[in-house]
Ligand binder design. Structure first.
Ligand SMILES: [Zn+2]
Length: 461
C-alpha cells in the first residue's frame, strides 16, 4: 500500500504554526498573571476573553489542510479499499492504512497496542448479483438493492403481487402462502414512515422469505445498510417506477454468505498532552463495502471524518493540547455501533479521566454549517463552540441538537461520559448509496471546521 502514501504531502506551513503557538503561549502567561491578582469572577471573565482571543488569532494563522484531506478521502473511498466493508477484507485494508498514518504522524500506542480487536456477525454478498424484470436488466446499487438481511435465491420466477390485506388475517395469510409457492412475492404495502408499521412490513417480508423470494418496490432513493442476520430467500428492493404491478416475471440471482464472527479492529493513536486527563477524537472508518458488483465508497460517510481526525492528529502531535488526546478510528459503526460499544465494554482507559468525546461523522460539506448532536446535554462545550464561531465567522451556522443514538458518541453518552457528535450540513446529500463518492464531495468548510476544532480542543480540560 506504499503507493497510497506517496501522494500525501509532508509537514506544511511550519512557520505559521510556530507563530500561532508562541502567541498562544504569551496569552497563557498573561492569564496566569491575572489569576494571582484578580477576584474569581473577573478571572473567569478574563479567561473567557483569552479563550476568544486565542480563537481569533489561531483561526487566522492555522494552516489549510483541505488539499491533504482530499487525498485522504480519495484514498479511503478508492476501489482498492472495497468500500471499507466486509467483502475482500475492505475494513481491514482501511485499518492497516490508518495505522500506518498514525505511525507516520508519530502517535503513540495505547496500552502498547495500535488495535482493539473484536468481532460481530455480518451478512455479506461477495458474488455478482443480478435482477431482470420482464427482460429488463436492473443495475445493482442504482436500480435495486439486496436487503442487508437477504438470503440466497437463483432462478426464473413468476411474480405474485400481494397487498397488505393478503397477509393480515391468519386465514387469508395461510391461503396466500399456499398460492405463492414457486413464485416471487412482490409486496405492495401502503407507503408509511410510521415505525411500527415499517416493523410489521419487515416481519411480513421475512415470513414470506421463509418460502419464496420477496421484492419490495421502494422509493426514489435507495439507502443500503448492514445486517447481522439472514433470511432464507432473497429479499430485494427496487427503485420507484421500475417494478410496475403489471410486471409478470423476474430473473433473480443473489447469493449471500453469513459470517458469524467477522474480525474487526478499532485503531488507536495517542497525542500526549500536558495533564493526566483525556479528550477522545473519534471517527468511524468502516462503511458498507460491496453488494455484489456494486461498490459503496463512503466518501462523506465517513472518509471525511477520518480525514478530519488525521488532520487534527497531525496538529496535536506537533502542538500538544492540555489533555492527552486519544484518536480512535472505529470499526463496525454501520453494523450498529459495534466498535464504540466494544470500547465501552473493553474499557482501555480510566473513563473518569475522559473530559470529552468529540465524534466526527459526515464532515464533507458545510455549506449550511454544522450540527452538534447531544449539544443540549453538553451545554458548556457547545457554548465554547458557538463563541469561537461567533468570533471567527468560520461556519455559517452551529446548530444544537438533542441526544440521538446515530453514531459512535452514543455508547459514551449512555455511559455518562461527556460526548458530542459533529456533522456538516448542506451540499451533496448522498447517503448510504453508490453516489457517496470522493469526486463529488466538496469539503466546502473543511478548513473552517478544522480550525474551529483545533481552537476548541487545544485548551479543553
Ligand atoms: Zn457514518
Amino acid at each position: 500500500m506504499t503507493f497510497l502514501n506517496a501522494g500525501i504531502p509532508g509537514p506544511r506551513a511550519v512557520s505559521r504554526e510556530l507563530r500561532a503557538t508562541s502567541l498562544n503561549e504569551s496569552q497563557a502567561r498573561g492569564s496566569k498573571l491575572v489569576a494571582r491578582s484578580f477576584p474569581r469572577h473577573l478571572r473567569q471573565a478574563f479567561s473567557a476573553f483569552a479563550f476568544l482571543l486565542s480563537a481569533f488569532v489561531l483561526a487566522q494563522d492555522l494552516p489549510s489542510v483541505k488539499a491533504q484531506a482530499k487525498l485522504y478521502v480519495d484514498t479511503l473511498a478508492s476501489p482498492a479499499f472495497q468500500g471499507r466493508g466486509y467483502v475482500n477484507g475492505g475494513d481491514s485494508i482501511a485499518a492497516d492504512w490508518i495505522a500506518k498514518q498514525f505511525d507516520r504522524i508519530g502517535l503513540a500506542k495505547l496500552n502498547d497496542t495500535r488495535f482493539e480487536r473484536f468481532h460481530f456477525p455480518v451478512n455479506i454478498f461477495p458474488d455478482s448479483i443480478g435482477l431482470r424484470v420482464d427482460g429488463r436488466t436492473l443495475i445493482p446499487g442504482e436500480d435495486f438493492l439486496v436487503d442487508p438481511a437477504s438470503g440466497s435465491s437463483d432462478g426464473e420466477f413468476h411474480l405474485a403481487h400481494l397487498r397488505l390485506d393478503d397477509l393480515l388475517s391468519p386465514e387469508r395469510k395461510a391461503l396466500t402462502m399456499g398460492v405463492i409457492q414457486g413464485h416471487a412475492a412482490v409486496v405492495h404495502f401502503p407507503p408509511t414512515t410510521d415505525r411500527d408499521s415499517l416493523q410489521l412490513y419487515r416481519e411480513l417480508e421475512n415470513e414470506l422469505a421463509r418460502y419464496v423470494p420477496v421484492i419490495r418496490p421502494g422509493g426514489k432513493k435507495l439507502t443500503w445498510s448492514v445486517a447481522g442476520t439472514q433470511a432464507r430467500n432473497a429479499i430485494l428492493e427496487v427503485r420507484e417506477g421500475l417494478l410496475p404491478d403489471t410486471a409478470v416475471q423476474a430473473s433473480i440471482r443473489v447469493y449471500n454468505s453469513f459470517v458469524p464472527r467477522h474480525q474487526a479492529r478499532n485503531v488507536w493513536g495517542v497525542a500526549k498532552g500536558k495533564s493526566k486527563d483525556w479528550v477522545l477524537v473519534t471517527a468511524h472508518y468502516d462503511h458498507l463495502g460491496r453488494m455484489g458488483q456494486a461498490l459503496f465508497p463512503g466518501a462523506n460517510d465517513n472518509a471525511s471524518g477520518v480525514s478530519m481526525l488525521l488532520s487534527l492528529a497531525e496538529w496535536f502531535k506537533k502542538h500538544p493540547a492540555k489533555c492527552n488526546i486519544l484518536f480512535v478510528a472505529f470499526a463496525g459503526e454501520e453494523a450498529g455501533l459495534k466498535g464504540s460499544e466494544w470500547f465501552i465494554v473493553d474499557r482501555p482507559l480510566d473513563f473518569a479521566r475522559i473530559k470529552m468525546v468529540i465524534n466526527l461523522d459526515l464532515n464533507g460539506t458545510g455549506e449550511e454549517g454544522i450540527t452538534v448532536v447531544n449539544a443540549t446535554e453538553q451545554q458548556k462545550i457547545f457554548d465554547k463552540l458557538t463563541a469561537i464561531n461567533k468570533k471567527t465567522g468560520a461556519l455559517p451556522q452551529v446548530k444544537a441538537r438533542g441526544p440521538a443514538c446515530n453514531s459512535d458518541h452514543c455508547p459514551f453518552a449512555r455511559k455518562g461520559i461527556p460526548a458530542i457528535f459533529i456533522y456538516t450540513m448542506g451540499g451533496v446529500a448522498h447517503y448510504h448509496d453508490v453516489y457517496d463518492r470522493a469526486e463529488t464531495l466538496p469539503l466546502t468548510k473543511f478548513d473552517e471546521l478544522y480550525q474551529t476544532l483545533v481552537t476548541l480542543i487545544g485548551p479543553l480540560k
